[in-house]
Design a protein around this ligand. Structure first.
Ligand code: 7TS
Length: 415
């Protein structure tokens, strides 16, 4: 299917983009849907939906196992997506791309596969104060098991990491640094290139949790020189149940398998098993075949729209929304970093975020209210929860106007 979009260097035709996303046309409680929860998950363009449907209708078969034609074709299509992912993030080789269920599984894989052999008692793991639970708990568990120490980079009142403090946290005992590229609850874009360079000066590998950056900006893992990069397909307009771990080959070779079973072996006897090479070593069991195909279609879609068009437009939405929200009496934005993605968390000191979210929903506006799986961030900013609006390139200024009107109603109802 040819997607309906217009690509020019400076202009994004949002109405034509929206035509690619059938779900956006609906009404919720009688109001046009304003889907502003893109940091949680993104909607799917027709090209992704139709590619997966077509695959199931005409091409579906298992991969890497069958001798028959359909399996061979499915395997080729599947392997092509691994190549496509490698090109998308500029990985040197598709053998450095491991398919996983999502960012959460990617981080767990590294905490287990890298952490078990290389982190010992007394060693240190560095994360930041603004991580998603997916980039806290696996490391905390590892540290507990090993008697290692979890160190946390502090964050200032604007939501920016304290880079001097970070540098001071890096020691001869640090075995890995694991930080997000963009905070899901504050929108902060972290200076990851500088952070990676600082860690590398001491020979420390760095994992970048790219769950939030992948939908907003081009990623070049070679330019970043990160050791690991993790993201989820569902946050870049692809299906759920599939994600990517990029890892440098030397790490993949040194890491131990995370799960064992079919597809990840070279040979098995009752006495001994030898493992396949990466990436297969880390992909036990029948993979999420149609989801991989869908991810490939999503990457094609983003390439066609172009980050060069997405970035300025989303930045415009961020600026427009920030200015408009600050006009609302009593509204406080949590997270005022100089470098921000199109994610805005806010609170009213006298109205609970769940009430805000519920009232907005009654007007068809979908936002997230809660701790956003970042409880330590809520504690740091002394709020129980926030309301979060997060914008994609398919959102419009009118939807932000609807959000602002909705919030004015909220303040009238609750005051
Ligand atoms: N890391 C970050 C920075 C995230 O934002 C998320 C999901 C994850 C990891 C986990 O990704 P998953 O695909 O494995 O679940 N963040 C959110 C969110 O902000 N609202 O819902 C999910």
């Amino acid at each position: 299917m040819v997607t309906l979009m217009e690509k020019t260097a400076t202009h994004l035709d949002v109405e034509r983009i929206r035509a690619d996303f059938p779900i956006l046309k609906q009404k919720i409680h009688g109001h046009p849907l304003a889907y502003l929860d893109n940091a949680a998950t993104t909607q799917k363009p027709l090209s992704v939906i139709e590619r997966m449907t077509d695959f199931y209708m005409n091409e579906y078969a298992t991969v890497r196992r069958g001798v028959y034609e359909m399996s061979a074709r499915a395997t080729i299509a599947y392997d092509e997506v691994r190549e496509k992912v490698a090109r998308f993030i500029n990985a040197p080789s598709s053998s450095e791309i491991v398919f996983v269920r999502g960012t959460t599984e990617a981080i767990n894989l590294v905490a287990s596969g890298y952490g078990r052999p290389f982190v010992q008692a007394g060693d240190e793991v560095v994360i930041s104060a603004i991580e998603h639970h997916a980039n806290i708990v696996p490391w905390q568990q590892l540290c507990q098991e090993k008697g290692a120490v979890l160190k946390v980079i502090p964050v200032n009142d604007d939501g920016e990491l304290d880079i001097e403090a970070y540098q001071a946290l890096l020691t001869d005992k640090t075995r890995i640094v694991s930080v997000n590229h963009i905070s899901n609850s504050l929108g902060t874009i972290n200076p990851i290139k500088a952070m990676i360079d600082m860690a590398h000066q001491r020979g420390i590998p760095v994992l970048i949790d790219g769950a939030q950056s992948i939908q907003h900006m081009p990623i070049d893992v070679q330019a970043l020189d990160c050791d690991f990069f993790a993201f989820s397909s569902h946050k870049i307009y692809g299906p759920t149940g599939i994600g990517v771990l990029y890892a440098k080959r030397q790490h993949l070779n040194a890491m131990v398998p995370y799960q064992t079973g079919g597809d990840m072996i070279e040979s098995v006897t009752f006495e001994k098993t030898t493992f396949a090479k990466a990436p297969n070593k880390f992909e036990a069991g029948t993979p999420a075949i149609a989801e991989v195909i869908g991810l490939g279609a999503a990457l094609d879609y983003i390439n066609a729209v172009g980050y060069e068009n997405i970035q300025p437009y989303e930045h415009h939405l961020l600026t427009y929304a920030t200015q408009a929200l600050l006009q609302i009496e009593g509204l406080r934005i949590i997270g005022n970093a100089r470098e921000k993605a199109s994610v805005i968390s806010f609170v009213f000191d006298d109205i609970h975020p769940h009430d805000v979210g519920t009232l907005l929903d009654s007007r068809g506006i979908a936002v997230r209210a809660g701790h956003h799986c970042t409880q330590p961030v809520m504690e740091r900013f002394h709020v129980p929860a926030t309301t979060r609006a997060s914008f994609s390139f398919y959102n419009t200024q009118q939807e932000i106007d609807a959000l602002v009107d909705g919030l004015r109603m909220v303040t009238q109802v609750f005051r």
